[in-house]
Write a protein that binds this ligand. Structure first.
Ligand code: IMP
Length: 198
């Protein structure tokens, strides 16, 4: 089955492909399907935004479309940046600017608990929807470490590994990440759906 990824994020494409290719699912970019959809992420939850993105691309491409809406939720900040993770601090910031702002806003805070959340949603042209959520708990580091990954990876510390996400290999990250877990749950739901539909 060919599905269009409702995202222009190359890192997500690689992670999705790695995990879903095992299921015989071919993930292609919007540009490969001849569409370029800008979706306003107006939802209050990862579930809502994930559905908004997948549905818009499915309608534009006429093909099944898959979206991931994800972000980092920090307990001491009542879940922020949450669904605003990609826009934290406004348009002018890059990934490093956003995590530096987060570290600044957490200065002096001893409760460093946080979690990455990912919700994967697949919209089929017949209106069927399959959705799954994954979470990865961790602790906000005091300073960035590591070069791998993207986004908030350098400041997301995984106590069991004694490393940040940015210090893990892609395989190590996929095995424990929010997106890895969401995709694993998603795979099971998709397999059951495909078996039922024949
Ligand atoms: P989205 O593309 O609207 O889902 O934005 C998700 C944002 O959350 C990204 O731009 C990153 O800032 C952050 N994020 C989500 N997943 C990860 C991850 O695996 N590592 C680091 N940052 C992430």
């Amino acid at each position: 089955m060919k599905v269009v990824l409702a995202s222009k994020n190359q890192h997500k494409l690689v992670e999705m492909r790695d995990i879903l290719s095992a299921q015989g699912v071919e993930v292609v970019l919007e540009s490969d399907a001849g569409v370029d959809v800008e979706v306003e992420e107006t939802g209050a939850t990862f579930e809502e935004n994930s559905l908004l993105k997948a549905r818009a691309v499915m309608e534009a491409a006429g093909l099944p479309a898959i979206a991931d809406d994800s972000g980092l939720s920090v307990d001491a900040l009542n879940g922020a940046p949450g669904v605003y993770s990609a826009r934290y601090g406004g348009e002018g910031l890059d990934d490093a600017g956003r995590y530096r702002l987060l570290l600044e806003n957490m200065r002096g805070q001893l409760d460093r608990r946080c979690r990455f959340v990912s919700v994967i949603t697949l919209c089929m042209p017949n209106g069927d929807v399959i959705s799954a959520r994954g979470e990865c708990p961790g602790a906000l580091a005091y300073a960035p470490q590591g070069e791998n990954g993207f986004g908030y990876d350098p400041v997301f510390f995984v106590p069991e590994k004694k490393k940040t996400f940015a210090q893990l290999t892609p395989e190590e990250k996929n095995a424990i990440s929010h997106r890895g877990k969401a995709l694993e749950a998603f795979q099971e739901k998709l397999a059951a759906y495909l078996a039922e539909k024949g």
